[in-house]
Design a protein around this ligand. Structure first.
Ligand code: C5P
Length: 241
């Protein structure tokens, strides 16, 4: 079913899809951190992220949030709509952790009074620098209307995901999402793209504050696979082995 390989990223590979306007997104077990300085493998991660992201994308679509997701094809592959990725990494923070603590001297775990949305310019060579909304518009990476749509969807996604994870005893500390431009007969629209998984979220157990996400890999905390399995299990999407 897969066509030609079009792109290989750190955790995923994109192939031509079976029909025009479709792609196949393949989830690898490779993990990188600190802008590629740390590399490793998390056994079974691709299979788990494929299922977790499928589940979340389907739930979001039910809420009316447009996404690139069409269907999961097998253990590691999903069929998606071909989109032009907006070169912005949209980060939402509910609790201080990671780069905001390092950059602004905050204590990890400090709740934020309101959800904070950050934009980074998606450019590996530059280390995905933090930018303002004005940078995105003035430098032509997104239009003002696209930014409005992205912010609208981002807040709705955060509201939904916080509730979804809280329901399974997990605090959604922060996450990163990406959007794409989908072209159809009616014009161009913004849709959620990429993936939502423990690779792109910080997830802490509500009771123990234990980290259940990629920070276990970044910080050598051990039991990385187990954390991803536990998130899939609590969401009810753990694939049968
Ligand atoms: O590193 P930082 O604190 O800015 O990350 C915020 C959130 O965005 C974390 O959940 C992290 O996993 C995610 N992220 C990501 N890909 C990046 C940068 C951050 O998934 N390139």
């Amino acid at each position: 079913m897969r066509g030609k390989q079009l792109y290989e990223g750190k955790a995923k590979v994109l192939f031509e899809g079976p029909e025009a306007g479709t792609l196949i997104q393949y989830f690898k077990d490779d993990a990188t951190a600190f802008n590629n300085q740390k590399k490793g493998t998390i056994t079974g991660k691709g299979i788990l992220n494929n299922c977790i992201s499928e589940y979340i994308m389907l739930r979001l679509a039910e809420l009316g949030i447009p996404t690139h997701f069409i269907k999961r094809l097998d253990e590691r592959e999903q069929l998606i709509k071909s989109v032009e990725i907006v070169p912005l990494e949209v980060v939402v923070r509910n609790v201080a952790a990671g780069s905001i603590c390092k950059n602004l001297g905050l204590v990890e775990g400090t709740p934020l009074s309101e959800s904070l949305v950050e934009f980074c310019y998606k450019k590996d060579e530059l280390g995905d620098p933090l930018i303002s909304r004005d940078h995105a518009v003035v430098l032509g990476w997104a239009t003002q209307d696209e930014i409005e749509d992205i912010l609208h969807y981002t807040h709705r996604i955060n509201d939904f995901l916080r509730g979804l994870f809280f329901g399974i005893g997990v605090r959604l500390v922060d996450f990163k999402i990406e959007f794409g431009r989908l072209q159809d007969d009616l014009g161009t629209m913004i849709v959620l793209a990429d993936e939502i998984s423990p690779d792109s979220c910080r997830l802490w157990d509500v009771k123990t504050n234990e980290k259940m996400d990629k920070d276990r890999f970044r910080r050598d905390l051990g039991a990385v696979e187990e954390a991803y399995i536990e998130i899939a299990r609590r969401l009810g999407v753990l694939p049968e082995s």
